[in-house]
Structures are given as C-alpha cells and as structure tokens.
Design a protein around this ligand. Structure first.
Ligand code: GLV
Length: 326
C-alpha cells in the first residue's frame, strides 16, 4: 500500500523527521530554505499532510491548488496563519500545539517583564559600550515587580501561568481582562480579579498581552489604549504581532508616555518597525517565548503526533477545525 506523503515546510529536529518517516514518505527542508507560496504549493502536490511552523500561510488559494491535502499540523499554539474558514470549506483539518508550551512561555513572559521593568538590556548595552564610569544613585532606576499590579489581557492557559507566577511568586496584585470571565475556582487559583480593559489599562503597573490574534484582536493596544496607561507602566507583548500598533507604541515610548515595553512579537516580523529599533526603552526579542529545547521538542512531537494520528485513521489529537477523518 502506498504510504501517505507529507511535507515538512521548515527545518526541524532530525528525530521528528525520523518519526514521520516511520509512517510517511517525507519531503523536508533541512536547510530551512525560504519557500515562496508558489514553491510551497508546488512541493505540496501529491501530499496529504503538511507540518507547518506558524510562518506558512494556509489559505483558499493554496488549498484550491493542493486538492490532496487533508491536514495542516502547526508546531505552534497560535494558528493565525491558517484561514480556518477556508480549511473547513475545503475539508482540511488544522491542528495546533497547545499545552506543551504553556509553562515555558509563561516563564518567558515573566523574564521579559523583569528585563523590561528593571532595564536589563538597556543597562547592559550601556556597560558593553564602555559608558559605565561611576555608580550613581539614579542610574537605570526601573520599576518594582514585587507588590505591584499586574494586568493580564488574555487569560488563557499562558495568561493563567503568568498570573500564578506574579501572585504566588512576587506578591503582585493580579487583575485580568478576557473575552469571558474565568470560573471562581480558577480566579482563586490565580489570585486574579476580573476588570474591564479600560480599568486594567488605567490601574496596572505592568500590562502583559497574551490574546490570540484575530481580526477582532487587531491593535488591541493602540494610541488610545496607551493613553489610558500610567506614565510609569510597562507593556509586554508575547501574544502576536498586530495585537499592538507598533508605530503608535514607538511614538509613546519615544515621548515617555509609558516607561518601557518588552516585545517578543512584531507586526510584519521578522521585520521590526524601525522606530522601535531607535528607542532605548524597549526590550526586543525574536519570537522566542517557547524556545527551550524540551518545549520545542514537545511542540514538534505534538505536530508529528497529529499528522500520524490523523493520517493513520485515528483522528487529530489537537484539532482547531471540526474533526474529520482521513
Ligand atoms: C508561538 O508563537 C506559538 O503560537 O506557539
């Protein structure tokens, strides 16, 4: 019997490729070449499955051109690279990689918050540039984490992980805003109180964004929202590019309307708005919130499990589209 064919669109662990090869004929991308959409479509001909990483756009044009494709397995919890409606219309299953990255990503959200509030990278650049000639009382004074108010927008699993770190580890008062309110037991576990978005922006010392990207969440934070924040506040985006209006944020940082920002994700990444690169009071990291070896391994394993399970007739493990059979 012919084995199903799958395409792995980006370079990934050799062990993941080896696992997939136990079940499928695999075409991979070991040199991590950047494929145009036309090239991706060409390579998908005759393939039933594709392993994506979040950077490959799966839309109606691609699906129209790849009639044998049955499953797209994203090695990411976010799946805004999928046009879910088009996938449903084409009878194609989409899967993501939830849960396995929750704690690692929450750790990183906290790392970025700490680095931003305590000006870690800004002061390191100063030191490396040889500008440190003497101690002074106000050199790189930042804002406190412990005892401050942490505002979380988007209280899914990662938001809850950040809330617990803040409340239990640093004695922070945690407030949150979410599409729906958590049940009382979860709120108690996270020691978090539900507030409106406006109240959160006005009250929080540190605002952390963890909402999924969609048309509805585009520019959740723009100039008007930043204007509500305290001038001493920090803003952290570990959600997705496009949740923050990066141009408006760069202006606010330059004019010190808020103290600082920490960004792991950007509009149009890997490009970064040039005005953000020009301001000192922002910590910038290249979309690495889930980047630890065990977590990236677990994410790759889950994406591979989804392909294997679905294409061997057992159904997808973590679908984001209605469940279909192979
Ligand atoms: C990373 O951004 C993810 O969605 O997993």
């Amino acid at each position: 019997m012919n084995r199903p064919k799958v395409l792995v669109a980006r370079a990934i662990f050799p062990e993941t490729i080896a696992r997939l090869e136990e079940h499928f004929e695999v075409e991979s991308n070991p040199n991590d070449e950047s494929w145009s959409k036309a090239e991706l479509i060409a390579r998908l001909q005759g393939k039933q499955g594709v392993f994506t990483t979040g950077s490959e756009r799966i839309d109606a044009e691609l699906l129209d051109a790849c009639p044998l494709l049955k499953i797209c397995a994203n090695m990411a919890v976010g799946y805004n690279n999928f046009d879910v409606d088009a996938m449903v219309a084409h009878g194609v299953v989409g899967t993501n990689a939830p849960d396995v990255l929750t704690e690692t990503t929450a750790d990183f959200g906290f790392a970025l918050l700490m680095a931003t509030a305590r000006r870690v990278t800004e002061s390191e650049h100063f030191l490396r540039a040889g500008q440190w000639t003497k101690w002074s009382y106000d050199m790189f004074s930042g804002s406190d984490i412990h005892g401050s108010t942490l505002g979380i927008i988007g209280m899914g699993r990662i938001g809850q992980g950040i809330a617990k770190r803040g409340a239990h580890g640093f004695g922070m008062k945690v407030i949150y805003h979410n599409r729906s309110r958590l049940d009382a037991a979860l709120e108690a576990d996270c020691k978090a109180s539900y507030v409106s978005k406006e109240a959160l922006l006005q009250t929080a010392d540190h605002v952390v964004l963890v909402v999924p990207y969609s048309a509805a969440s585009h520019h959740t934070i723009g100039a008007a929202e930043i204007a509500l924040m305290k001038p001493t506040a920090t803003l952290i985006n570990i959600a997705r590019g496009g949740i923050v209006d990066d141009a408006a944020l760069a202006v606010a940082l330059k004019e010190k309307r808020i103290a600082a920002a920490g960004l792991d994700v950007f509009e149009g990444e890997p490009k970064v708005h040039p005005d953000l690169l020009a301001v000192p009071n922002v910590v910038l990291t290249p979309h690495i919130a889930s980047a630890t070896v065990p977590t990236r391994r677990a994410m790759a394993d889950l994406a591979a499990d989804n392909l294997i399970s679905f294409l061997t007739g057992k159904g997808p493990k973590t679908p984001v589209t209605p469940v279909l059979t192979a």
